[in-house]
Design a protein around this ligand. Sequence first.
Ligand SMILES: CSC[C@H]1O[C@H](OP(=O)(O)O)[C@H](O)[C@@H]1O
Length: 335
Amino acid sequence: MRSIDWRRDRVVAIDQTRLPHDLALIEIGTVEALIDAIKRLAIRGAPALGAAGALGVALAVRLSPDDPASVRSAAAAVRGARPTAVNLAWGVDRALARLDQGPDAVLAEALAVLEEDVACNRALSERGAAWLLDNVAGPVTIQTHCNAGALACVEWGTALGVVRALHERGALAHVYAAETRPLLQGARLTVWELARMGVPHTLVVDSAAASVLARGQAKAVVVGADRVTANGDVINKVGTYPLALAAAHAGVPMVVAAPESTIDLSTPTGKDVDIEVRGPDEVTTWGGAPVAPAGTGTLNYAFDVTPAALVTAIVTESRVILPATGGRPDDRPPR
Ligand SMILES: CSC[C@H]1O[C@H](OP(=O)(O)O)[C@H](O)[C@@H]1O
């Protein structure tokens, strides 16, 4: 089952807010409903957002086939639903570029985005597994953060795609999944995916992940990304930066698995990226019940910036970039 797809005349997606307890699909027939699904993280994860962006334009042009101005306005609203993952804007732009050729051409481009994502993630997963087998003593143990699995993509996954490739080779011993406060993408989604894959795993609280590395229980960190800037800075779920610091101190490789569509050569460094700040309720409540005194102020960064110097390897479908030793995404544009 794909996390997001197109059926007849609408977007169909897994509602990730209902996992792990309910595997429920949502059918999205309007741009407003798509934007809502993106904002409330029913649809989430950089590659999945790229697909949602492209399908959002296909939806808009079907609803307003004779009004390109309305389609462009709707596309801009989808593009702005969440600011940090470059894939959302990239997916919108991919489909919008075909607007002059009509609804069928826009849909064809959007569907191509989905198929390319699947192919890219399978390729980067194999490349990442090979890099880890060449650089980490086996059997491999991995610390993950957030969810960069099939749910965050069209299918297959990026960081969990690497995990899947290692598991299929019989080379994976264990995965430690950080819960990933406040929305618990690790506890709710990554653990759910690892269980379905049959991968041995342990859930840890975010603040324990550094000790898992320091004690040698995990020999590599593997995460996804929402944007990689031209100098190799990695923007990913908040908590990735401290994990990279811990990995460096423990002498453990920090591996980022991401398709080329997540690399943004137009943005020089992580300092130039708009980091989404989300509302206080995600931090001050759990299950609707307050966990902090009413009115408590919060600083709910959804992402953080890991400097290139702390990134051992960025694995894409076409290359491995080594930022910590001077490699840069803009050194050699993909072939
Ligand atoms: C494979 S991209 C997954 C990436 O997206 C997540 O963010 P969110 O759950 O807010 O969409 C997180 O940064 C993951 O690493």
